[in-house]
Design a protein around this ligand. Structure first.
Ligand code: FAD
Ligand code: SF4
Ligand code: SF4
Length: 480
């Protein structure tokens, strides 16, 4: 092994080629090119094959990273793919958009002194090779089962569960209020992080495996949850979190102050070739405008980088803490800075000003950091007399998301939720307070990550399988 692996001492870290910022600004294509075969093998060979691999410990899917790195270094890519897909339903997505600097790569032990193994790019390389070689197949069960499962939500949690359940032979129907499959992977996350063909390619495979999709169908409005419970042997709620946090402030009602998801959805739809009147009339298009984005998470990063690509005159991002204390990925900040975004750290918006009902400026204030709160993050405090104005033609609010009122939306008053509005489940059985109704993903966890949604979807599928097996056994005993 030593011959092929442990090369971190002699081989430096190298990411796939990143397109120049000037070129990136002009289109919505992904910013990294793929690894060439030799480069992927060379980078995989840097792994020191740790006995206790912290990369794996910090991967939400417990991916067997050392094994697939070794197989890649040895050029055994089909086996590498088999190992990789055994724990991850969408490795091509995670390889692209997991915040690896906070998960696997950030915990790679050779990081100290040497830079980490580029795990995400290699995961993407393995899976793209597998697609090109025809190794990625639709989920096909060995035996069909008569029971059916209804899944509400075609985001990563719902799709991961659908894939697992279909492989076990269940008849699976996924309902979504959107017109396309993918949840936030299709309408939230921009193309330059995750090209939409990648999501569409996967959803076509799921359909080819026999999973039925009922789109443009909002459960609670177009069909009741009770109807789904009557139609299916089990139901999984994977509806995500969509209530955007707002900022009640002076001038908030001015036009041209828009929530992040409204802005990003319009941009993604435009990229997918849809007609988007709010974009075409300029309301949700940053071209030629001074844009101010408020927030410091990954959604804010997606907004600033989208505005750059739409041809904004200037893009500024306001965040009330400093760079070290922001919730978003530092890799994303670096990309945004390269692309020309200006960050105003330790700056908080306090109101909006305008003319004739339209926004013309964001009123802001400088902050300083105080002591850490119970979450361990320093608390920002306003600096008296530090108020100033920023000229703005559009302000985008990226302040995070909360769950919608799901019991009301689904007309299911007995569905128990937490004080934060997330659905309560029994964490071993994934079952909600409604018998036979399960839940997974952001709607249980709160706004999180695709990789956690996949994990939850897979675990929920296993729990539904246990539940239906137990029910089948009980029915067989009763029939004897
Ligand atoms: P979702 O992806 O939200 O899917 C839920 C689905 O349920 C949607 O399709 C919705 O239409 C449907 N639905 C809801 N209610 C109903 C109903 N009543 N009837 C029918 N259908 C319904 N994570 C990362 O790991 N990396 C990133 O780079 C990243 N970037 C992000 C960027 C943005 C702008 C946002 C908003 C999030 C980002 N995330 C990222 C987070 C990630 O997208 C989510 O954590 C993940 O998609 C949650 O998956 P989910 O399946 O639980 O929900
Ligand atoms: Fe890293 Fe995400 Fe892949 Fe896990 S799924 S190995 S955290 S990129
Ligand atoms: Fe390899 Fe780094 Fe994981 Fe160790 S922590 S097994 S060096 S990728």
């Amino acid at each position: 092994m030593a011959e092929r692996m442990l090369k971190f001492v002699t081989v430096g870290q190298s990411m796939p080629e990143k397109r120049a910022a000037g070129e990136r600004r002009g289109d919505f294509g992904e910013i990294y090119r793929g690894f060439a075969a030799e480069k992927a093998a060379e980078q995989a060979s840097r792994c020191s094959q740790c006995g206790v691999p912290f990369c794996q410990v910090h991967c939400p899917l417990s991916n067997n990273i050392p094994d697939w790195l070794k197989l890649t270094a040895e050029g055994r890519l089909e086996e590498a793919y088999e190992v990789s897909q055994a724990t991850n339903t969408f490795p091509e997505v995670c390889g692209r958009i997991c915040p690896q600097d906070r998960l696997c790569e950030g915990n790679c032990v050779i990081e100290k002194g040497f830079e980490s193994v580029t795990i995400g790019s290699i995961e993407k390389y393995i899976t793209e090779t597998a697609f090109a070689q025809g190794w990625v197949l639709p989920p096909k069960p060995r035996h069909e089962r008569p029971e059916s499962v209804g899944i509400v939500g075609a985001g990563p949690a719902g799709l991961a569960a659908a894939d697992q359940l279909r492989r076990l032979g269940y008849q699976v129907t996924v309902y979504d209020r959107y017109d396309r499959v993918g949840g936030l992977m299709i309408y939230g996350i921009p193309n330059f992080k995750l090209e939409k063909d990648v999501v569409l390619r996967r959803s076509e495979l799921l359909a080819a495996g026999g999973i039925s999709f009922v789109l443009n169908c909002e459960v609670g409005r177009d069909v009741t949850l009770d109807a789904l419970r009557a139609r299916h042997d089990a139901v999984l709620l994977a509806t995500g979190v969509y209530a955007a946090r707002d900022m009640p402030a002076d001038g908030r009602s001015l036009a041209n102050i828009v929530p992040a998801m409204t802005y990003l959805t319009a941009s993604n739809r435009k990229g997918l070739g849809d007609s988007v009147p709010d974009y075409d009339d300029g309301t949700l298009n940053a071209e030629g405008k001074r844009v101010v984005v408020i927030g410091g998470g990954d959604t804010a990063m997606d907004c600033v980088r989208t505005a750059v690509r739409q041809g904004a005159k200037s893009v500024q991002c306001l965040y009330r803490r400093d760079r070290a204390n922001m919730p978003g990925s530092l890799r994303e900040v670096q990309h945004a800075e390269e692309e020309g975004v200006e960050f105003l750290w330790l700056t908080q918006p306090v109101g909006f000003g305008g003319k004739a009902g339209r926004l013309t400026r964001v009123k802001a204030q400088r902050m300083k950091l105080g002591l850490a709160d119970t979450s361990g993050r320093a608390v920002p405090k306003p600096i008296d007399g530090s108020e100033f104005d920023l000229k703005a033609d559009i302000a985008i609010l990226a302040l995070g998301f909360d769950p919608e009122d799901l019991p009301a939306l689904l007309r299911a008053p007995d569905l128990q939720t937490s004080p934060a509005g997330t659905v309560r489940i029994d964490f071993r059985r994934f079952e909600t307070s409604l018998p036979g109704v399960f839940a997974a993903g952001d709607i249980v966890r709160g706004a999180s990550l695709v990789v956690w949604a996949i994990r939850d979807g897979r675990d929920a599928a296993a729990a539904i399988h246990d539940h239906l097996n137990a029910r089948a056994r009980a029915q067989a005993i009763a029939a004897e």
